[in-house]
Design a protein around this ligand. Sequence first.
Ligand SMILES: [Zn+2]
Length: 190
Amino acid sequence: MGLTRSEQMSRIRGKDTSPEQLLRSALWRAGHRYRLQSRTPHGRPDVVFAGAKVAIFVDGCFWHGCPEHYVRPRTRNEFWSSKLLENVERDRRQSLRLEAEGWRVCRFWEHQVFESLPQVLETVRSALQDDSWSPEGSWRVMRVDALPGEGDMEERWLEDLRGQGPRRSVVVRRSTKKWKRVHGQSGSGL
Ligand SMILES: [Zn+2]
């Protein structure tokens, strides 16, 4: 998909733009008219299409347990673990309650908004227009246990936000791949 000049510019500015802002302006350019500062019965999504009952959340990769970019902090493990659990449980509660009341809930990672905006827009478009739309699975890191021994290994526990599929546990070397918005400098990877 070709990019217009203003899209290119907004991506270059991306370094200073929040993913929520980036998504909002892309939706607006695509002709989708949403409400700002809109509440739902269960929380305040980043973008709300009240008429169509579509709620969109942009979840930060660290705070919401992105399987690609969550990094286990080396200090204050108890504190950060319970924070993570709290955030993911809130995401789950909001999504399930909204969906039980007939809302369509789209949840995107911040890295998706920056790296794959066209696909994100396409998902929103289908949520708004296609009768057969249903949400994709949304895996979250729920807990990470440091494993004893050499090599900085850890065990990660992942769950799907909507409880579909089994809880998975994987043993991996501790990730240091914190997600950074580097595209502003590199101008590539878009
Ligand atoms: Zn991520």
